[in-house]
Design a protein around this ligand. Structure first.
Ligand code: HEM
Length: 449
Protein backbone atom coordinates (compact mmCIF):
# COMPACT_ATOMS: atom_id res chain seq x y z
CA UNK A 1 0.00 0.00 0.00
CA UNK A 2 1.35 3.46 -0.82
CA UNK A 3 1.13 6.59 1.33
CA UNK A 4 -1.74 8.01 -0.69
CA UNK A 5 -3.65 4.75 -0.51
CA UNK A 6 -2.89 3.53 -4.02
CA UNK A 7 -2.00 -0.08 -4.38
CA UNK A 8 0.70 -0.88 -6.86
CA UNK A 9 -0.86 -2.79 -9.73
CA UNK A 10 -0.05 -6.48 -9.79
CA UNK A 11 2.10 -8.15 -12.40
CA UNK A 12 0.51 -9.83 -15.42
CA UNK A 13 -2.53 -11.78 -14.33
CA UNK A 14 -2.21 -15.46 -13.62
CA UNK A 15 1.52 -15.68 -14.14
CA UNK A 16 3.28 -17.12 -11.13
CA UNK A 17 6.52 -15.42 -10.15
CA UNK A 18 8.72 -18.08 -11.67
CA UNK A 19 6.68 -18.09 -14.88
CA UNK A 20 7.16 -14.36 -15.32
CA UNK A 21 10.84 -14.53 -14.70
CA UNK A 22 11.22 -17.44 -17.10
CA UNK A 23 9.37 -15.50 -19.79
CA UNK A 24 11.28 -12.34 -19.01
CA UNK A 25 14.47 -14.24 -19.69
CA UNK A 26 13.11 -15.74 -22.89
CA UNK A 27 11.17 -12.87 -24.40
CA UNK A 28 11.44 -9.66 -22.40
CA UNK A 29 10.23 -7.57 -25.35
CA UNK A 30 6.91 -9.35 -25.60
CA UNK A 31 6.54 -9.58 -21.85
CA UNK A 32 6.96 -5.81 -21.42
CA UNK A 33 4.49 -5.02 -24.18
CA UNK A 34 1.95 -7.47 -22.78
CA UNK A 35 2.39 -6.04 -19.29
CA UNK A 36 1.83 -2.51 -20.61
CA UNK A 37 -1.20 -3.57 -22.65
CA UNK A 38 -2.84 -5.40 -19.76
CA UNK A 39 -2.00 -3.09 -16.87
CA UNK A 40 -1.36 0.34 -18.35
CA UNK A 41 1.06 3.06 -17.37
CA UNK A 42 2.59 1.63 -14.18
CA UNK A 43 3.19 -2.09 -13.93
CA UNK A 44 5.08 -4.18 -11.42
CA UNK A 45 6.89 -7.07 -12.99
CA UNK A 46 7.85 -9.68 -10.44
CA UNK A 47 11.24 -11.25 -10.97
CA UNK A 48 12.70 -13.86 -8.66
CA UNK A 49 13.19 -12.32 -5.19
CA UNK A 50 12.71 -8.76 -6.49
CA UNK A 51 10.36 -6.71 -8.61
CA UNK A 52 10.74 -4.09 -11.26
CA UNK A 53 8.43 -1.23 -12.11
CA UNK A 54 7.81 -0.55 -15.77
CA UNK A 55 6.60 3.00 -16.50
CA UNK A 56 4.68 3.34 -19.76
CA UNK A 57 3.56 6.95 -19.92
CA UNK A 58 5.53 9.82 -21.52
CA UNK A 59 5.00 12.02 -18.44
CA UNK A 60 6.40 9.37 -16.13
CA UNK A 61 9.40 8.89 -18.38
CA UNK A 62 10.06 12.62 -18.23
CA UNK A 63 9.72 12.52 -14.44
CA UNK A 64 12.50 9.94 -14.15
CA UNK A 65 14.84 11.35 -16.80
CA UNK A 66 14.31 15.07 -16.24
CA UNK A 67 12.12 16.41 -13.45
CA UNK A 68 13.14 14.00 -10.67
CA UNK A 69 16.37 12.77 -12.20
CA UNK A 70 18.37 13.61 -9.06
CA UNK A 71 16.49 10.86 -7.22
CA UNK A 72 17.81 8.15 -9.52
CA UNK A 73 21.05 6.43 -10.35
CA UNK A 74 21.77 4.06 -13.20
CA UNK A 75 20.39 0.78 -11.93
CA UNK A 76 22.26 -1.99 -10.22
CA UNK A 77 21.18 -4.13 -13.18
CA UNK A 78 22.99 -1.83 -15.63
CA UNK A 79 26.08 -1.77 -13.47
CA UNK A 80 26.11 -5.55 -13.06
CA UNK A 81 25.72 -6.03 -16.80
CA UNK A 82 28.31 -3.57 -18.02
CA UNK A 83 30.40 -2.66 -14.95
CA UNK A 84 33.25 -5.13 -15.49
CA UNK A 85 33.75 -3.89 -19.03
CA UNK A 86 33.06 -0.18 -18.70
CA UNK A 87 34.31 0.45 -15.14
CA UNK A 88 33.59 4.06 -14.15
CA UNK A 89 33.16 5.32 -17.74
CA UNK A 90 30.64 8.02 -18.70
CA UNK A 91 27.79 5.60 -19.29
CA UNK A 92 27.61 4.40 -15.69
CA UNK A 93 29.50 6.83 -13.45
CA UNK A 94 27.48 9.10 -11.17
CA UNK A 95 27.50 12.43 -9.33
CA UNK A 96 30.34 14.93 -9.43
CA UNK A 97 32.70 12.45 -11.04
CA UNK A 98 30.27 11.88 -13.95
CA UNK A 99 29.70 15.68 -14.29
CA UNK A 100 33.41 16.32 -14.58
CA UNK A 101 33.99 13.58 -17.12
CA UNK A 102 31.00 14.69 -19.21
CA UNK A 103 32.34 18.26 -19.21
CA UNK A 104 35.71 17.02 -20.38
CA UNK A 105 34.31 14.88 -23.21
CA UNK A 106 31.63 17.33 -24.41
CA UNK A 107 33.84 19.52 -26.68
CA UNK A 108 34.68 16.50 -28.84
CA UNK A 109 30.97 16.19 -29.65
CA UNK A 110 30.25 19.76 -30.69
CA UNK A 111 28.52 19.95 -34.05
CA UNK A 112 31.43 21.53 -35.88
CA UNK A 113 33.85 18.97 -34.54
CA UNK A 114 31.54 16.12 -35.51
CA UNK A 115 31.05 17.52 -39.00
CA UNK A 116 34.81 17.30 -39.44
CA UNK A 117 34.49 13.54 -39.02
CA UNK A 118 32.29 13.22 -42.14
CA UNK A 119 35.07 12.41 -44.66
CA UNK A 120 36.43 9.63 -42.42
CA UNK A 121 32.93 8.19 -41.99
CA UNK A 122 32.38 8.15 -45.75
CA UNK A 123 35.80 6.67 -46.31
CA UNK A 124 34.98 3.80 -43.93
CA UNK A 125 31.74 3.11 -45.85
CA UNK A 126 33.75 3.10 -49.07
CA UNK A 127 36.35 0.71 -47.67
CA UNK A 128 33.67 -1.70 -46.50
CA UNK A 129 31.83 -1.59 -49.85
CA UNK A 130 35.05 -2.31 -51.72
CA UNK A 131 35.01 -5.80 -50.18
CA UNK A 132 31.61 -6.61 -51.65
CA UNK A 133 30.89 -8.37 -54.95
CA UNK A 134 27.49 -7.99 -56.61
CA UNK A 135 25.32 -11.07 -56.01
CA UNK A 136 27.14 -12.32 -52.93
CA UNK A 137 25.47 -12.82 -49.56
CA UNK A 138 26.89 -11.30 -46.41
CA UNK A 139 25.87 -10.87 -42.81
CA UNK A 140 25.03 -7.17 -42.87
CA UNK A 141 25.06 -6.93 -39.07
CA UNK A 142 28.74 -7.90 -39.10
CA UNK A 143 29.48 -5.65 -42.06
CA UNK A 144 27.95 -2.63 -40.33
CA UNK A 145 29.73 -3.43 -37.08
CA UNK A 146 33.11 -3.42 -38.87
CA UNK A 147 32.30 -0.20 -40.68
CA UNK A 148 31.23 1.76 -37.59
CA UNK A 149 34.03 0.36 -35.44
CA UNK A 150 36.60 1.60 -37.91
CA UNK A 151 34.85 4.99 -38.11
CA UNK A 152 34.71 5.38 -34.33
CA UNK A 153 38.33 4.39 -33.80
CA UNK A 154 39.53 6.69 -36.57
CA UNK A 155 37.51 9.73 -35.55
CA UNK A 156 37.47 9.46 -31.77
CA UNK A 157 40.91 7.97 -31.23
CA UNK A 158 42.79 9.00 -34.36
CA UNK A 159 43.99 5.48 -35.14
CA UNK A 160 42.93 2.30 -37.00
CA UNK A 161 42.31 -1.32 -36.08
CA UNK A 162 43.57 -3.30 -39.01
CA UNK A 163 42.15 -6.82 -39.10
CA UNK A 164 40.72 -6.81 -35.60
CA UNK A 165 37.16 -5.64 -36.17
CA UNK A 166 35.70 -9.13 -36.46
CA UNK A 167 37.41 -10.31 -33.31
CA UNK A 168 36.13 -7.24 -31.44
CA UNK A 169 32.61 -7.99 -32.69
CA UNK A 170 32.79 -11.61 -31.57
CA UNK A 171 34.16 -10.64 -28.15
CA UNK A 172 31.38 -8.11 -27.62
CA UNK A 173 28.61 -10.47 -28.64
CA UNK A 174 29.90 -13.14 -26.27
CA UNK A 175 30.35 -10.71 -23.38
CA UNK A 176 26.91 -9.15 -23.82
CA UNK A 177 25.25 -12.57 -23.66
CA UNK A 178 27.44 -13.70 -20.79
CA UNK A 179 27.02 -10.55 -18.67
CA UNK A 180 23.29 -10.28 -19.22
CA UNK A 181 22.69 -13.91 -18.38
CA UNK A 182 24.61 -13.42 -15.14
CA UNK A 183 22.84 -10.17 -14.26
CA UNK A 184 19.40 -11.67 -14.89
CA UNK A 185 20.03 -14.85 -12.97
CA UNK A 186 19.66 -14.87 -9.19
CA UNK A 187 21.83 -18.00 -8.94
CA UNK A 188 25.29 -17.06 -10.11
CA UNK A 189 28.39 -19.18 -10.25
CA UNK A 190 31.17 -16.82 -9.06
CA UNK A 191 32.94 -15.20 -12.01
CA UNK A 192 36.29 -16.42 -10.70
CA UNK A 193 35.40 -20.12 -10.95
CA UNK A 194 37.11 -21.73 -13.94
CA UNK A 195 33.99 -22.82 -15.87
CA UNK A 196 34.36 -22.78 -19.70
CA UNK A 197 32.15 -19.66 -19.95
CA UNK A 198 34.01 -17.80 -17.20
CA UNK A 199 37.34 -18.67 -18.81
CA UNK A 200 36.18 -17.46 -22.22
CA UNK A 201 34.82 -14.27 -20.63
CA UNK A 202 38.17 -13.55 -18.99
CA UNK A 203 39.89 -14.10 -22.34
CA UNK A 204 37.51 -11.70 -24.13
CA UNK A 205 37.69 -9.04 -21.40
CA UNK A 206 41.49 -9.24 -21.61
CA UNK A 207 41.38 -8.99 -25.40
CA UNK A 208 39.23 -5.82 -25.38
CA UNK A 209 41.41 -4.37 -22.64
CA UNK A 210 44.50 -5.05 -24.72
CA UNK A 211 42.97 -3.26 -27.72
CA UNK A 212 42.04 -0.21 -25.66
CA UNK A 213 45.38 -0.06 -23.81
CA UNK A 214 47.17 -0.32 -27.15
CA UNK A 215 45.17 2.63 -28.53
CA UNK A 216 46.09 4.68 -25.46
CA UNK A 217 49.72 3.51 -25.61
CA UNK A 218 50.09 4.44 -29.29
CA UNK A 219 48.81 7.91 -28.62
CA UNK A 220 51.11 8.35 -25.62
CA UNK A 221 54.06 7.23 -27.73
CA UNK A 222 53.18 9.91 -30.28
CA UNK A 223 53.50 12.46 -27.50
CA UNK A 224 49.87 13.59 -27.59
CA UNK A 225 51.01 16.73 -29.32
CA UNK A 226 48.87 19.65 -30.45
CA UNK A 227 48.50 17.94 -33.82
CA UNK A 228 45.98 15.55 -32.34
CA UNK A 229 42.57 17.02 -31.78
CA UNK A 230 40.54 13.85 -31.29
CA UNK A 231 38.62 12.86 -28.19
CA UNK A 232 41.37 10.68 -26.78
CA UNK A 233 43.89 13.52 -26.91
CA UNK A 234 41.43 15.79 -25.13
CA UNK A 235 40.85 13.26 -22.40
CA UNK A 236 44.58 12.61 -22.00
CA UNK A 237 45.38 16.29 -21.80
CA UNK A 238 42.43 17.28 -19.64
CA UNK A 239 43.24 18.67 -16.24
CA UNK A 240 40.91 19.03 -13.33
CA UNK A 241 40.73 22.39 -11.55
CA UNK A 242 43.31 21.12 -9.05
CA UNK A 243 45.72 20.30 -11.88
CA UNK A 244 45.43 16.50 -11.70
CA UNK A 245 45.08 14.41 -14.83
CA UNK A 246 42.98 11.31 -15.31
CA UNK A 247 44.52 8.18 -13.88
CA UNK A 248 45.38 5.40 -16.38
CA UNK A 249 42.37 3.42 -15.10
CA UNK A 250 39.98 6.36 -15.66
CA UNK A 251 41.37 6.88 -19.12
CA UNK A 252 40.92 3.17 -19.84
CA UNK A 253 37.28 3.25 -18.63
CA UNK A 254 36.37 6.30 -20.73
CA UNK A 255 38.14 4.94 -23.78
CA UNK A 256 36.45 1.54 -23.45
CA UNK A 257 33.03 3.21 -23.01
CA UNK A 258 33.44 5.33 -26.14
CA UNK A 259 35.00 2.45 -28.01
CA UNK A 260 31.86 0.36 -27.43
CA UNK A 261 29.12 3.01 -27.25
CA UNK A 262 30.65 4.80 -30.23
CA UNK A 263 30.01 2.07 -32.76
CA UNK A 264 27.67 -0.69 -31.63
CA UNK A 265 24.40 1.24 -31.53
CA UNK A 266 25.04 2.97 -34.86
CA UNK A 267 25.88 -0.37 -36.46
CA UNK A 268 22.54 -1.71 -35.26
CA UNK A 269 20.69 1.32 -36.63
CA UNK A 270 22.26 0.69 -40.03
CA UNK A 271 21.63 -3.07 -39.94
CA UNK A 272 17.96 -2.64 -39.04
CA UNK A 273 17.69 -0.01 -41.79
CA UNK A 274 18.83 -2.40 -44.51
CA UNK A 275 16.51 -5.06 -43.16
CA UNK A 276 13.45 -2.79 -42.96
CA UNK A 277 14.05 -1.32 -46.41
CA UNK A 278 14.33 -4.83 -47.87
CA UNK A 279 10.92 -5.66 -46.40
CA UNK A 280 9.29 -2.42 -47.56
CA UNK A 281 9.97 -1.94 -51.28
CA UNK A 282 7.85 1.22 -51.56
CA UNK A 283 9.85 2.96 -48.86
CA UNK A 284 13.07 1.72 -50.44
CA UNK A 285 12.02 3.06 -53.86
CA UNK A 286 11.09 6.43 -52.38
CA UNK A 287 14.45 6.69 -50.65
CA UNK A 288 16.27 5.83 -53.89
CA UNK A 289 14.25 8.47 -55.72
CA UNK A 290 15.10 11.15 -53.18
CA UNK A 291 18.79 10.26 -53.20
CA UNK A 292 19.10 10.37 -56.96
CA UNK A 293 17.13 13.64 -57.12
CA UNK A 294 19.33 15.42 -54.58
CA UNK A 295 22.71 13.75 -55.02
CA UNK A 296 22.54 12.35 -58.54
CA UNK A 297 25.09 9.65 -57.74
CA UNK A 298 27.72 11.81 -56.02
CA UNK A 299 28.94 11.26 -52.47
CA UNK A 300 26.80 12.98 -49.81
CA UNK A 301 28.17 15.84 -47.72
CA UNK A 302 27.08 17.18 -44.34
CA UNK A 303 25.01 19.97 -45.90
CA UNK A 304 23.09 17.50 -48.08
CA UNK A 305 21.56 15.76 -45.09
CA UNK A 306 19.20 18.67 -44.43
CA UNK A 307 17.91 18.35 -47.98
CA UNK A 308 17.05 14.66 -47.59
CA UNK A 309 13.85 14.63 -45.50
CA UNK A 310 12.84 11.11 -46.46
CA UNK A 311 16.25 9.74 -45.46
CA UNK A 312 15.87 11.43 -42.07
CA UNK A 313 12.36 10.01 -41.75
CA UNK A 314 13.69 6.53 -42.49
CA UNK A 315 16.27 6.89 -39.70
CA UNK A 316 13.65 8.19 -37.24
CA UNK A 317 11.38 5.30 -38.10
CA UNK A 318 14.14 2.70 -37.74
CA UNK A 319 15.02 4.15 -34.31
CA UNK A 320 11.33 4.02 -33.39
CA UNK A 321 10.77 0.40 -34.39
CA UNK A 322 14.14 -1.11 -33.49
CA UNK A 323 15.65 1.25 -30.92
CA UNK A 324 19.20 -0.03 -30.26
CA UNK A 325 18.77 1.13 -26.64
CA UNK A 326 15.41 -0.58 -26.06
CA UNK A 327 15.30 -0.29 -22.29
CA UNK A 328 16.81 1.93 -19.61
CA UNK A 329 16.93 1.04 -15.94
CA UNK A 330 17.26 3.25 -12.89
CA UNK A 331 17.41 2.64 -9.13
CA UNK A 332 15.79 5.21 -6.85
CA UNK A 333 18.20 6.72 -4.31
CA UNK A 334 15.48 8.83 -2.64
CA UNK A 335 11.75 8.20 -2.11
CA UNK A 336 9.74 9.42 -5.08
CA UNK A 337 6.15 9.68 -6.27
CA UNK A 338 5.28 9.03 -9.89
CA UNK A 339 1.82 8.65 -11.34
CA UNK A 340 0.33 8.81 -7.83
CA UNK A 341 2.39 5.89 -6.59
CA UNK A 342 5.07 6.19 -3.92
CA UNK A 343 8.26 4.31 -4.52
CA UNK A 344 10.74 3.60 -1.72
CA UNK A 345 14.51 3.97 -2.01
CA UNK A 346 15.98 1.05 -3.94
CA UNK A 347 13.09 0.60 -6.40
CA UNK A 348 14.17 -0.59 -9.83
CA UNK A 349 12.44 1.42 -12.53
CA UNK A 350 12.35 0.38 -16.17
CA UNK A 351 11.68 2.75 -19.09
CA UNK A 352 11.36 1.02 -22.41
CA UNK A 353 11.77 2.61 -25.82
CA UNK A 354 10.56 -0.66 -27.30
CA UNK A 355 7.23 -0.33 -25.49
CA UNK A 356 6.71 3.43 -25.80
CA UNK A 357 7.71 3.63 -29.46
CA UNK A 358 5.07 1.03 -30.35
CA UNK A 359 2.27 2.49 -28.21
CA UNK A 360 -0.86 2.89 -30.35
CA UNK A 361 -1.89 5.97 -28.34
CA UNK A 362 0.92 7.88 -30.02
CA UNK A 363 1.65 6.01 -33.24
CA UNK A 364 -0.94 4.86 -35.78
CA UNK A 365 -0.40 1.28 -36.85
CA UNK A 366 2.66 1.09 -34.58
CA UNK A 367 4.08 -2.17 -35.91
CA UNK A 368 4.19 -0.89 -39.50
CA UNK A 369 7.34 0.66 -40.99
CA UNK A 370 6.03 3.98 -42.30
CA UNK A 371 8.75 6.65 -42.57
CA UNK A 372 6.08 9.03 -44.00
CA UNK A 373 4.61 9.41 -40.52
CA UNK A 374 7.58 11.67 -39.65
CA UNK A 375 7.15 13.98 -42.66
CA UNK A 376 4.13 15.87 -41.34
CA UNK A 377 5.84 17.19 -38.20
CA UNK A 378 5.06 14.20 -35.97
CA UNK A 379 8.18 14.83 -33.85
CA UNK A 380 6.80 18.20 -32.71
CA UNK A 381 3.32 16.82 -32.07
CA UNK A 382 4.35 13.87 -29.91
CA UNK A 383 4.23 14.42 -26.16
CA UNK A 384 7.80 14.70 -24.81
CA UNK A 385 8.78 11.27 -23.52
CA UNK A 386 6.92 9.29 -26.21
CA UNK A 387 10.05 9.03 -28.40
CA UNK A 388 13.46 8.81 -26.74
CA UNK A 389 15.89 6.66 -28.71
CA UNK A 390 18.78 8.67 -27.24
CA UNK A 391 17.37 8.96 -23.71
CA UNK A 392 16.67 12.40 -22.26
CA UNK A 393 17.73 14.90 -19.60
CA UNK A 394 21.30 15.32 -18.35
CA UNK A 395 22.23 11.70 -19.14
CA UNK A 396 21.06 12.01 -22.72
CA UNK A 397 23.36 10.35 -25.27
CA UNK A 398 26.48 12.43 -25.85
CA UNK A 399 26.94 10.79 -29.27
CA UNK A 400 23.52 11.55 -30.78
CA UNK A 401 24.86 14.01 -33.37
CA UNK A 402 27.72 11.67 -34.22
CA UNK A 403 25.34 8.71 -34.70
CA UNK A 404 22.82 10.64 -36.82
CA UNK A 405 25.54 12.09 -39.03
CA UNK A 406 27.18 8.72 -39.56
CA UNK A 407 23.85 6.95 -40.21
CA UNK A 408 22.76 9.59 -42.72
CA UNK A 409 26.04 9.62 -44.62
CA UNK A 410 26.45 5.85 -44.73
CA UNK A 411 22.87 5.19 -45.86
CA UNK A 412 23.01 7.95 -48.48
CA UNK A 413 26.31 6.67 -49.78
CA UNK A 414 25.56 2.93 -49.85
CA UNK A 415 21.90 3.05 -50.88
CA UNK A 416 22.84 4.90 -54.04
CA UNK A 417 25.04 2.04 -55.12
CA UNK A 418 23.55 -1.10 -53.56
CA UNK A 419 20.31 -2.83 -52.71
CA UNK A 420 20.28 -5.41 -49.96
CA UNK A 421 17.86 -8.32 -50.27
CA UNK A 422 17.12 -10.61 -47.34
CA UNK A 423 18.51 -14.04 -48.14
CA UNK A 424 15.56 -16.14 -49.30
CA UNK A 425 14.43 -18.52 -46.58
CA UNK A 426 16.29 -16.71 -43.79
CA UNK A 427 14.41 -15.16 -40.90
CA UNK A 428 15.41 -12.29 -38.67
CA UNK A 429 14.67 -12.32 -34.96
CA UNK A 430 15.40 -9.79 -32.25
CA UNK A 431 17.83 -10.61 -29.47
CA UNK A 432 17.42 -8.11 -26.63
CA UNK A 433 20.85 -8.08 -25.01
CA UNK A 434 22.31 -4.85 -23.62
CA UNK A 435 21.24 -3.48 -27.00
CA UNK A 436 18.60 -4.72 -29.42
CA UNK A 437 20.46 -7.00 -31.79
CA UNK A 438 19.37 -9.20 -34.68
CA UNK A 439 19.79 -12.76 -33.46
CA UNK A 440 22.37 -14.50 -35.68
CA UNK A 441 22.73 -11.31 -37.72
CA UNK A 442 20.96 -10.42 -40.99
CA UNK A 443 22.06 -12.38 -44.05
CA UNK A 444 21.49 -10.29 -47.17
CA UNK A 445 22.24 -10.61 -50.85
CA UNK A 446 24.09 -7.58 -52.17
CA UNK A 447 22.92 -6.20 -55.52
CA UNK A 448 24.84 -3.43 -57.27
CA UNK A 449 22.39 -0.78 -58.50
C1 HEM B 1 21.98 5.24 -32.85
C2 HEM B 1 23.00 5.30 -32.02
C3 HEM B 1 22.90 5.52 -30.54
C4 HEM B 1 21.84 5.30 -29.70
C5 HEM B 1 20.45 4.76 -30.03
C6 HEM B 1 22.29 5.68 -28.36
C7 HEM B 1 21.48 5.64 -27.24
C8 HEM B 1 21.87 6.11 -26.00
C9 HEM B 1 20.99 6.22 -24.86
C10 HEM B 1 19.53 5.82 -24.83
C11 HEM B 1 21.72 6.74 -23.84
C12 HEM B 1 21.21 7.08 -22.45
C13 HEM B 1 21.34 5.91 -21.52
C14 HEM B 1 20.73 6.17 -20.16
O1 HEM B 1 20.34 7.29 -19.86
O2 HEM B 1 20.65 5.21 -19.39
C15 HEM B 1 23.07 6.93 -24.32
C16 HEM B 1 24.11 7.42 -23.56
C17 HEM B 1 25.40 7.53 -24.01
N1 HEM B 1 25.85 7.34 -25.31
FE1 HEM B 1 24.71 6.82 -26.89
N2 HEM B 1 23.59 6.10 -28.43
C18 HEM B 1 23.99 6.03 -29.74
C19 HEM B 1 25.24 6.41 -30.23
C20 HEM B 1 26.30 6.82 -29.49
C21 HEM B 1 27.59 7.20 -30.01
C22 HEM B 1 27.95 7.24 -31.49
C23 HEM B 1 28.38 7.51 -28.94
C24 HEM B 1 29.79 7.99 -28.91
C25 HEM B 1 30.47 8.36 -29.94
C26 HEM B 1 27.58 7.32 -27.74
C27 HEM B 1 28.02 7.50 -26.46
C28 HEM B 1 27.20 7.55 -25.36
C29 HEM B 1 27.67 7.87 -24.01
C30 HEM B 1 29.11 8.16 -23.60
C31 HEM B 1 26.54 7.87 -23.17
C32 HEM B 1 26.51 8.19 -21.69
C33 HEM B 1 26.23 9.67 -21.55
C34 HEM B 1 26.14 10.13 -20.10
O3 HEM B 1 25.57 9.43 -19.27
O4 HEM B 1 26.64 11.23 -19.85
N3 HEM B 1 26.32 6.92 -28.12
N4 HEM B 1 23.14 6.56 -25.64
Amino acid sequence: MTANGNRLPPGPKGLPVLGVSFNLLRDPLELMRTAARLYGDVVRIPVILQSRILLNHPDFIQQVLIFQQGKFHKSVLTKETTGRLLGQGLLISEGDFWRRQRRLAQPAFHRQRINDYAPAMLDCAEMQARKWRGGETRNMAEEMMELTLEAAVRTLFGTTLPGEAQQVGRAMTFLMRYSLRRARSPFQIPAGWPTPKNRRATKEFDFLDSVVYRIIGERKAQGNSQRHTDLLSMLMGAMDEDGTQMTPKQLRDETMTLFLAGHETTALTLSWTWYLLSQNPKAEARLHEELSGVLGGRAPGVADLERLPYLNAVISEVLRMYPPAYIMARTSIAPCTIGGYDFPVGSTILLSQWVMHRDARYYDDPDAFRPERWLGGLAAKLPPGAYFPFGDGPRRCIGQGFALLESGLVIASLAQRFRFELEPGSTVATEPLVTLRPKNGIRMKIHAR
